[in-house]
Ligand binder design. Structure first.
Ligand code: HEC
Ligand code: HEC
Length: 365
């Protein structure tokens, strides 16, 4: 391991590893409170969400945040990242922001089968939610980026998303005094693309959902879930086999599987295979987390399933047969009542009362 220890016994930054676990739990509430006082840029919505999260920690039920050593969370950086996230000036024709396709009012997705970028251009994949993306080992349906920092600039330059070449983005931001001043204060230099990525990633690390009825239930509050949701939870972990892949606090194994979505097409999306170059990965996609799942439809990498009921029907059939279908996929023989219980579990248990219902901040001039 490239992991050294200095003579005080403290471990040093593992510089060749992109993710270094922060030593302390990031105190988001404290950061936000500080930011509100010193910059006045945070909306109350964000602060309230964080306050509800508890004593300066991530929401109950979620693990410690993983924060890269070279991008510590600060209130000012989070506030800057939030402005950038909501700012359409990061797109060629000033019409599209991150929030266009990852809209807090639509579960940080866009409510549509596919994403629509500048000039109405549509891509071939569904917008995944940004909620709890901070915890993912891989970003994108095929996992082609690892960290939020690696991911953030892709959509800006992508011709069918925001279509703004990065040098042009830097030029625009430098010409906006309100941005320039913040970048200089936070990063010690005028806006550059790498710092834009860091600020946006810092903001995304505050888009968290936890402390849901599910978390209260597993912590011992047996009244936190309805009878139907409790039956659904049992099925999820048992007969319906969902937890084979949707495991852990974010309901994902952070791995890739072929569950047969889009496989009946003449030209299926090759998914993870395009990245790993391994034939066995044909048609495999990242297991999405399931928190706030009732808000983020339509579902799957191609947005082909409209409702959670449709999703359950897909699994009940055992998926769509194909050469690389995952071995954990098989007909489930669920009764109609069991299907309904699974849907109730997802709708009720995984929706948090402290949903991060962020609104656009005031943007710099
Ligand atoms: C035109 C719509 C669109 C815009 C604008 C857009 N995205 Fe996305 N985003 C997508 C789509 C579609 C994907 C999935 C693409 C894929 O997997 O190939 C995605 C993937 C992501 C992911 C990975 C999530 C996951 O679970 O894998 C993150 C994080 C993200 N976008 C953040 C951003 C940020 C930050 C911005 C602004 C700088 C942004 N997006 C702008 C449509 C968009
Ligand atoms: C073999 C692993 C595996 C099993 C078993 C499994 N899933 Fe999935 N799940 C995935 C993968 C991978 C995707 C994304 C597939 C794609 O888009 O092609 C997914 C997608 C989903 C989605 C859509 C999420 C979104 O954001 O679009 C839901 C909802 C879901 N699964 C629920 C369930 C439920 C409920 C069960 C049990 C009945 C289950 N899954 C069983 C791996 C699995």
């Amino acid at each position: 391991m490239p992991h050294s220890t200095d003579n005080t016994g403290r471990s040093q930054t593992r510089t060749n590893h992109p993710l270094v676990k922060s030593r302390k739990r990031a105190s988001i509430a404290a950061l936000l409170a500080g930011g509100l006082l010193s910059t006045g840029l945070l909306t109350t919505g964000l602060l309230v969400g964080a306050e509800r999260a508890g004593a300066g920690q991530v929401p109950n039920g979620l693990p410690d945040l993983i924060v890269p050593a070279d991008n510590p969370l600060t209130a000012e950086k989070i506030a800057l990242g939030k402005q950038l996230y909501f700012d359409t000036r990061l797109s060629a024709d000033n019409t599209v922001s991150c929030a266009t396709c990852h809209d807090p009012a639509k579960g940080f997705s866009n409510g549509d089968q596919f994403a629509t970028g500048v000039g109405g251009k549509k891509g071939g994949r569904n917008s995944p939610t940004v909620i709890n993306a901070a915890y993912q080992a891989f970003q994108f349906w095929d996992g082609r980026a690892k960290t939020l920092e690696d991911q953030a600039l892709g959509p800006v330059a992508n011709p069918i998303e925001m279509n703004l070449p990065l040098p042009e983005m830097e030029k625009r931001l430098r010409a906006i005094p309100g941005y320039k001043a913040q970048f200089v204060k936070i990063f010690g230099r005028e806006p550059v693309a790498a710092d834009v990525a860091k600020a946006i990633a810092a903001y995304e690390r505050t888009v968290l959902s936890g402390d849901a009825p599910y978390d209260k239930f597993v912590a011992g509050d047996t009244k936190a879930l309805s009878e139907a949701a409790q039956r659904g939870l049992k099925l999820f972990n048992g007969k319906a086999n969902c937890a084979a892949c949707h495991s852990g606090p974010n309901f994902t194994d952070n791995a890739f599987h072929n569950i047969g979505i889009g496989m009946a097409s003449d030209h299926p999306d090759t998914g993870r295979e395009a990245i790993s170059k391994m034939e066995g990965d044909f048609g495999s996609f990242k297991t999405p987390g399931l928190r706030e799942i009732a808000r983020t439809g339509p579902y799957m990498h191609d947005g082909s399933l409209k409702t959670l009921k449709d999703v359950i029907e897909h699994y009940n059939r055992g998926g769509t047969p194909n050469g690389t279908l995952d071995e954990e996929m098989f007909p489930l023989k669920l009764t109609d009542a069991e299907k309904a219980d699974l849907v109730t579990f997802m709708e009720e248990a995984l929706a948090s009362p402290s949903y991060p219902n962020h609104t656009a901040p005031e943007l710099p001039k």
